[in-house]
Every structure is written in C-alpha cells, then in structure tokens.
Design a protein around this ligand. Structure first.
Ligand code: HEC
Ligand code: HEC
Length: 293
C-alpha cells in the first residue's frame, strides 16, 4: 500500500505531489508559470469587453448587436460603396466612349486594359490561357488569325454572344459538317483533302498523296466556308488554313480527324453575365493583346 499522507514529497525530485495516485504513480504538483496565468486572466477579461462592444451572443433572430453596432455585412457594403466611388467615374467614361475612342485616349486605354486584364484572368484564362495564348480547341487571342474576326466590333460581338452557345439567340452558329462520320466523303477523298490542306500552308505531304483529287474535293466541299484558296471566312467562323497558327493542330492525323468529325468549339456568351463596360474593357484588352485588326 502506498503512503497516503498529504502533502507527500516525491523522493526523486523533492517536489510535492498533488495527492492523486493511480496504481502507485503519483502526480507531481507543477503549477502553471505566473506569466502564463496572468495572460490567461487578461484574455478572459478582454473577452468580457469584446462580448459587450461587438456582436457576440446568438439569439433566436440574429445576435446581440454590441455597443459599437458593428456588422460584418455592413462592413462589406461599405467596402463595395468605396470601390464604386473609386470606379464609378472610370466606368462612366468607358460607357460613354466608343471602342475606337477608348483605344485612342491613353487615359481610357489604361483603365480599359487594367479592368480588362483582371476580368480576363477571372473569366477567360481557364480556357484561353493566362496570356490569351490558347490551347488545342481554344483559340490563341494573340495571333492575327481570327475565326470570327479581329476588329473591335467583331471581338465585342463574339464576347457578348459567344459561339454555338444555345442560350443566346444571337450566338455564332455555323458548324463544319462531319464529312467522315456522316459518309459525305470516302476515306480516299478525306486522305487526299487532308494532304491538300497541308500543302496550302507549305507543309510536306505524303509521297503518294493524290493532290489533284484533294484540290477538287476541297473546291466542291470546303471552299464554300474556307474560301477557294483556303483563306477562311469570318462570317462562317471558318479559319484560314494557309497560316502557321492552328486551332486543332496541323499533323495529317489532326486534319484528317477534323474532316471526319467536323463540328466546332463552344464559347460562352457573356452579354448576360457582364456589364456593357466590362465587355468593352475586355474587347479592348483582347484587341490590344497583339492580334487586333
Ligand atoms: C469555356 C471555355 C471558354 C471561356 C471561359 C471563354 N472562351 Fe472564348 N472561346 C472559347 C472557344 C472554344 C472559342 C472558339 C470558338 C470556335 O471554335 O468558334 C472561343 C473564341 C473566342 C474568341 C474569338 C476568337 C476568334 O478567333 O475569332 C474571342 C475573342 C474570345 N473567345 C474571347 C473570350 C473572352 C474575352 C472570354 C472571357 C470573358 C472568353 N473568351 C471565355 C472558349 C472559351
Ligand atoms: C459549313 C462550313 C464549313 C465547311 C463546309 C467546312 N468547314 Fe472546316 N471548319 C469550319 C469551321 C467553322 C471551323 C472551325 C471549327 C471550330 O471553331 O472549332 C473549321 C475548321 C477546320 C479545320 C481546323 C483548322 C484548325 O485550325 O485546326 C480544318 C483542317 C478544316 N476545317 C478543314 C476543312 C475541310 C478539308 C473541309 C472540306 C472537306 C471543310 N473544312 C469544310 C467550317 C467549315
């Protein structure tokens, strides 16, 4: 049986124990450091003050308002108001000016580009890349090869209404037919046309390619949209096939695949989501990325 006398002095450390004992093990009495204790009491006092001046205790409908009347929602509203007074005059200027005037006026151009850049990062970069460089199926907005056109007005229309975006009745709709899947062209014609398309931008073709058949097939089936010389048609969103920039790649396989499946990419319409000034800022931003016409 252990020695139950209290206070008990621990033989090894010379300290008193708390008097608690478990299976012969006693707990040393080690008080909390003074500084720690005082900090702890100070925190408790501070919290009383906090309860009184700030909203704290949950009630059935809301919370105790606190002496200061501070409210997180009111604080946000205040912040937004501050931002609007800052931005208001800039927005009003963008709203009044035409796209051309915005680009010609250095002050407006700076406002539009900085707002456009932020909007682009939030809304467009996931598809078009942070710098607008695009990726397979998502057009490069820095290049001067445009599907739907690179003038200010054309860019504004595409951003507002999107492409093949059913929710917007004014969206771009034209669609390349599925020449292979729908059996419009035979395999030999598709191969010859794919080779012919490569020849349009000076890319090497297969040794035994029937370029004459490719040329004829192109004239009969493709020129209506891509133009007689393959230079494209922005009314149809049909890209120029004679440049170095490609949406889906320029290998024989990539081009063959396009002819077989056809179709087209979808770009969301932003007219219902963003304000007129925001779309103007984005239009100017995209137009000045490097490929504007
Ligand atoms: C969900 C992906 C996606 C998002 C987000 C997106 N785009 Fe697009 N965008 C596309 C695709 C795909 C195309 C190509 C449409 C086609 O193939 O005709 C396109 C085309 C365009 C074009 C036309 C390019 C040309 O060559 O004519 C412009 C301009 C454009 N986008 C700007 C924007 C802007 C500005 C935003 C942000 C407000 C944005 N896009 C957001 C997918 C997207
Ligand atoms: C009804 C119009 C239309 C016709 C006809 C048409 N195309 Fe297209 N083509 C398009 C459109 C629109 C695109 C762009 C697809 C997109 O934006 O996703 C396209 C894209 C392409 C591409 C991809 C280019 C790239 O940058 O990757 C190739 C290659 C192509 N077409 C070849 C052809 C060939 C070859 C034919 C004939 C056999 C043909 N097209 C007929 C409208 C057409």
């Amino acid at each position: 049986m252990a020695d139950d006398s209290h206070p008990h002095i621990d033989a090894h450390t010379g300290k008193t124990t708390t008097g608690h004992e478990w299976d012969g093990i006693r707990e040393l009495n080690t008080p909390l450091p003074r500084w720690w204790l005082w900090t702890f009491y100070a925190c408790i006092l501070w919290s009383f003050g906090y309860w009184i001046v700030y909203p704290a205790w949950p009630l059935i409908n809301g919370a105790t308002p606190g002496l200061f009347g501070w409210h997180s929602r009111a604080a946000v509203v205040e912040d937004i108001k501050g931002l609007e007074t800052l931005r208001g005059p800039a927005d009003a200027k963008l709203e009044k000016a035409s796209l051309e005037d915005i680009e010609k006026t250095p002050e407006l151009l700076t406002i539009a580009r900085s707002q456009g850049s932020a909007l682009f990062g939030n809304n467009c970069a996931p598809c078009h890349g942070a710098g607008g460089g695009g990726s397979k199926g998502y057009p490069n907005l820095n290049s001067d090869r445009w599907l739907w056109g690179g003038t200010l007005a054309q860019i504004q229309t595409t951003i507002t209404h999107g492409a093949r975006w059913d929710a917007d009745p004014a969206t771009h709709t034209s669609l390349m037919p599925s020449f292979g899947k729908d059996g419009i062209l035979k395999a030999a014609e598709i191969r010859a046309t794919a080779n012919f398309v490569r020849s349009l931008s000076g890319l090497p073709t297969e040794k035994d390619a029937d370029l004459a058949l490719g040329k004829k097939t192109f004239a009969d089936n493709c020129a209506a949209c891509h133009g007689d010389e393959g230079k494209g048609n922005k009314e149809m969103g049909a890209p120029n096939l004679t440049t170095k920039v490609w949406l889906y790649g320029n290998s024989l396989d990539d081009i063959t695949q396009r002819i077989v499946v056809g179709g087209g990419g979808q770009m969301p319409a932003w007219g219902a989501k963003l304000s007129g000034e925001q779309i103007k800022a984005l239009t100017v931003f995209v137009h000045t990325l490097g490929g504007g016409q």
